[in-house]
Design a protein. Structure first.
Length: 155
């Protein structure tokens, strides 16, 4: 698939997410681009931000992880543009090691995390728990780490 077509599809998808008010699906798309080490991930994140400027402005663990990993992957002009559009000059993304530590601490302290019924899966994690899971997965994968229920392992 050509890059122009991929960018157009990304812009349309994010526009639909914005119209529906579903930032979680837009975050999942960014997560997938970054997690799969897609070569054009920073450029596609930029397309997402130009289509929906506030898509990554919430203070969730996954948004912080997206900022951190995007900053690690972007370079040159794309780094400059992302830093302007994502306001890294006023709110720097931070360190991935500290983000993992703070996310794990927050996960352990968060008393609002519950299981919920799912028509497809029976019992499932609540959306806030999935936010923690995906943020840890993204950060650990970027650092070459594996995380399990009981350990974070660097290899």
């Amino acid at each position: 698939m050509g890059h122009e077509l991929l960018q157009s599809l990304c812009r349309v998808y994010v526009g639909l997410c914005q119209k529906r008010g579903d930032s979680h699906k837009a975050h999942a798309l960014a997560y997938r681009f970054l997690k799969e080490d897609f070569s054009q991930a920073p450029k596609l994140i930029m397309v997402m931000v130009t289509a929906w400027p506030s898509v990554f402005s919430c203070n969730s663990p996954l948004c912080r992880a997206i900022h951190i990993v995007c900053k690690m992957k972007a370079y040159g002009k794309m780094y400059y543009l992302l830093s302007k559009f994502l306001h890294w000059d006023t709110e720097p993304p931070g360190d991935p090691y500290r983000a993992i530590t703070s996310t794990l601490k927050a996960l352990l302290k968060d008393k609002s995390l519950t299981f919920q019924k799912s028509s497809w899966y029976g019992d499932d994690l609540c959306p806030a728990a999935w936010d923690y899971v995906f943020s840890l997965d993204l950060l650990c994968a970027q650092l070459g780490w594996i995380w399990t229920v009981s350990h974070v392992i660097r290899y």
